[in-house]
Design a protein around this ligand. Structure first.
Ligand code: BES
Ligand code: MN
Ligand code: MN
Length: 456
């Protein structure tokens, strides 16, 4: 442990400088305008893997953005850790809400502010530096493979193909991912589940053109009003989702599982204060931790129609649109849910409008084991590094690759995240605490050490 701390102490400024350099690339995968930057980011990641001591580093082309691969195989009798992360980031909009520019990382109050600081550049780069540390101090205890992709934030559409085609190269005993959150640094935790996702876009079309709202209003159904009514009907008075068969495959937690989940620290007053809301909301009969971690949900992500420019325009719009996504839990299937959503949404449309439903990307839910050697290694690493026992929690977010790794390669994951829910992922002023960054770099080598020991 002291050797680890010494190495981090000696190289701490460079570790930060390199992360800053990585954060300066605007690697927004959703916006084609950044294509060149995304590709340059892949080059930088590949170079840094090489510098840290990885071999067979390759920028693997896909139909979309490339996957950066690198490995260090020291002994085929040792276990292999496959490290997954993503170098792409969410769009930074709305830009005017950032206190400092999103791609000029800035330190305030011990925190790094930048798009991708926590999700996921700051987090996957901890692995690159922990790997460098183990190489330089001759303490690498497991074989290591890196797979850092560039399309996570847009659904990882090409990753499935890559994983299938490279099943041999990716063979490993565990997938290690830092792309999730801890409760807090005082309450270190390990996520043991992720929700799935079914993302849909809907369009409601009324008259064949925008109309004068005085001349036609009252006689023609307004698609914006109809869309709002249709969306409002998707939850009942208990905030239960009304789509028939939506909950059919959902597994209820056992009383013990519920109890364990709800024993995690959660302060509702703090939660509502942080968000500036008077009270929480959700499905009747479930706690906040159950609602976000173990229950499926439906959210409107965007909604638009008619005139939204300056001033007023009296118009009855021809159409209205919305993006709607559903978070899924075991054993729901994103494909099935997309199908029943489509059927239901079409069925509730009144005759005076036409409805079009288009599915976007999806991802499957997962629960990761807590009785595996890998989970125990993560627990021991946290205990050493934090002096506390890790609390298992269920995450509300999605990382579609986790279920894929399990289905295609038969490898389970450990979600070893060091972020915080309050790090403003996907929001303006995303941040990552420098303390968490170094803490992660110090804790990860312990995982490798314990994983090798426990695998014997
Ligand atoms: N790192 C997040 C997922 C996450 C965040 C999991 C916090 C648990 C805690 C990831 O980059 C992400 O944002 N995933 C998307 C899904 C994807 C298909 C766009 C998400 O959850 O919305
Ligand atoms: Mn992420
Ligand atoms: Mn993300």
């Amino acid at each position: 442990m002291q050797e680890i701390k010494n190495y981090v102490e000696t190289h701490k400024q460079r570790f930060l400088d390199e992360l800053f350099e990585l954060l300066r690339f605007p690697s927004v995968s959703a916006d084609p305008k950044y294509k060149g930057d995304v590709l340059k980011t892949a080059d930088y990641v590949a170079q840094k893997l090489k510098d840290a001591g990885a071999e067979n580093v390759e920028i693997c082309a896909t139909a979309g953005y490339p996957i950066v691969y690198g490995e260090k195989i020291i002994d085929s009798s040792l276990p292999t850790v496959l490290i997954y992360g993503h170098y792409d980031v969410q769009p930074a909009d709305p830009l005017e809400l950032w206190h400092t520019p999103p791609f000029e990382p800035t330190i305030r109050d011990g925190k790094i502010y930048a798009r991708g600081a926590c999700d996921d550049k700051g987090q996957f780069y901890m692995h690159v530096k922990a790997f460098e540390l183990m190489m330089e101090t001759n303490t690498l205890a497991c074989n290591v493979k890196f797979m850092i992709e560039g399309e996570e934030e847009v659904g990882s559409a090409n990753l499935g193909i890559f994983v299938k085609e490279n099943a041999d190269r990716l063979k490993a005993d565990v997938v290690l991912i830092s792309d999730t959150s801890m409760i807090s640094m005082e309450h270190p935790s390990i996520e043991t589940g992720l929700r799935g996702l079914a993302y849909m876009e809907v369009e409601v079309v009324g008259p064949n053109r925008d109309l004068h709202s005085g001349v036609y209003g009252g006689a023609v159904a307004n698609p914006a009003t109809i869309l709002c009514k249709m969306i409002a009907s998707l939850h009942d008075e208990n905030n239960h989702i009304t789509i028939p068969a939506f909950y059919d495959q959902v597994v209820e937690l056992t009383a013990e599982e519920k109890q364990a989940l709800n024993s995690a620290p959660y302060d509702e007053a703090e939660y509502t204060k942080d968000l500036d809301i008077a009270e929480v909301w959700g499905e009747k009969g479930y706690s906040t931790l159950e609602r976000t971690g173990t229950r499926p949900t439906l959210e409107v992500n965007g909604i638009w129609s008619g005139y939204i420019g300056e001033g007023a325009k009296t118009v009855l719009p021809s159409k209205a649109n919305a993006k709607i996504s559903m978070r899924l839990v075991p054993n729901q299937s994103s494909e099935e849910i997309a199908e029943i959503f489509t059927k239901h949404f079409e069925s509730i449309a009144p005759k005076n409008v036409k409805v079009k439903v288009t599915p976007h990307h999806g991802g499957e839910p997962v629960v990761t084991p807590t009785d595996s050697i890998a989970y125990q290694a993560a627990e021991k690493a946290i205990e050493d590094s934090f002096g506390k026992k890790a609390i298992p929690t269920r995450g509300g977010g999605s990382i579609p690759i986790v279920a894929l790794f399990e289905d295609v390669l038969g490898i389970k994951s450990v979600l070893f995240g060091f972020g915080l829910d309050s790090d403003a992922l996907h929001s303006p002023n995303e941040k990552y605490d420098i303390y968490n960054y170094y803490k992660g770099i110090e804790t990860l080598p312990l995982f490798h050490k314990y994983f090798a020991e426990l695998s014997k």
